[in-house]
Design a protein around this ligand. Structure first.
Ligand code: NAP
Length: 295
């Protein structure tokens, strides 16, 4: 392989529907960089650690330039890394690995990806944000929101998980993060205050296009901007309802592209061609979403 060949890839399971190869390969092509982006599907089992360690050895010896990490390995990789960037350490999860001064470093570009994309939107900053869900992506989102100074509510079906998430970030939050049940009645009570609604659950994602995280008979918060982390499809039922209610809205595609762009810049030291990466992501989404149920 040529000396300057840029070997990138993604660790996760399953990876069949990942858009990352198309996004990164488009960037490599646009910049005339020789390289590839491979999928490393590592099944979660009792030998996963060996597979992960082997792969990370290839970064350490320079054969692989860098890797992305997705579910379910974002936390599993932590013990194999020499150090974490401040945001990865604070979030407790890694989605990007690179080599610096011979050491394996873990970063989390989901948080900055969300933040940079959010800053493009017309959001009332003093009004509280309501985050639906308390999983891995919610950690990056809540971190970004408190970092930006938003008062934050978290509504989750698992209250203990939501409380743990809140307590991870309460010491950097201007106002204590409030947890509420993921129930129509609880959401209705605070709806009038909300300036930003963020869906971090997989509800609405292919193939369950008919699902929506917001209760069917409850109007969306009247003054909110709606941010749906789901990007496949780009037009989820939640986004469709936001548009019908005349609310500003956006899908997770911008965050997906921005987190990829930030990782690409870490690995290659080139400014990422974001427009080209976005076009590649949009095209890949269109070809993957075979069915739409509304419009
Ligand atoms: P995750 O760690 O599995 O978390 C999912 C969260 O949604 C959990 O809190 C889960 O609750 C909750 N949930 C799942 N089904 C639910 C239901 N029927 N009702 C209520 N809550 C439900 O997954 P993740 O990594 O955070 O990803 C979540 C979504 O964000 C996915 O669609 C993913 O594609 C998207 N995402 C997008 C980007 C982007 O760049 N745009 C980045 C990361 C993730 P329990 O804990 O009770 O199971």
């Amino acid at each position: 392989m040529a000396k300057n060949f840029i070997n990138l890839g993604l660790i996760g399971w399953p990876l069949d529907h990942s858009l990352s190869p198309r996004i990164h390969q488009a960037a490599l092509r646009e910049l005339n960089l020789g390289g590839q982006y491979c999928l490393y599907a590592i099944e979660p089992n009792n030998i996963q650690d060996i597979a992960i360690e082997n792969l990370l050895d290839h970064i350490a010896n320079g054969e692989i330039t860098g890797l992305n990490v997705t579910l379910p390995h974002k936390q599993i990789v932590l013990p194999f890394l020499a150090s974490l960037t401040p945001s990865a350490a604070r979030i407790g999860a890694v989605n990007t690995i690179f080599l610096e001064d011979g050491l394996l470093i873990g970063d989390n570009t989901d948080a900055a990806g969300f933040k940079n994309d959010l800053l493009q939107l017309p959001v009332e900053k003093n009004a509280p944000a309501l985050v639906l869900g308390a999983g891995g992506a919610a950690r990056a989102v809540v971190f970004s929101l408190v970092d930006l100074g938003y008062p934050v509510y978290i509504a989750a079906r698992n209250p203990e998980k939501a409380e743990r998430l809140a307590s991870s970030f309460n010491n950097i939050a201007n106002t204590p993060i409030q947890v509420l049940p993921f129930k129509e009645q609880s959401l209705a009570k605070i709806s009038h205050e909300i300036g930003l609604l963020v869906n971090t659950t997989p509800l609405g994602m292919t193939p369950r296009l008919e699902t929506c995280p917001w209760p069917e008979y409850l109007p969306l918060p009247a003054h909110a901007c709606v941010y749906d982390l789901v990007y496949n499809p780009v037009d989820t039922l939640l986004i469709h309802r936001a548009r019908q209610a005349g609310l500003p809205s956006c899908s997770g595609l911008g965050m997906l592209v921005e987190q990829a762009a930030l990782a690409f810049e870490r690995w290659t030291n080139h400014v990422a061609p974001r427009d080209v990466m976005k076009q590649a992501a949009q095209l890949a989404c269109k070809t993957q979403t075979s069915q739409r149920i509304y419009k």
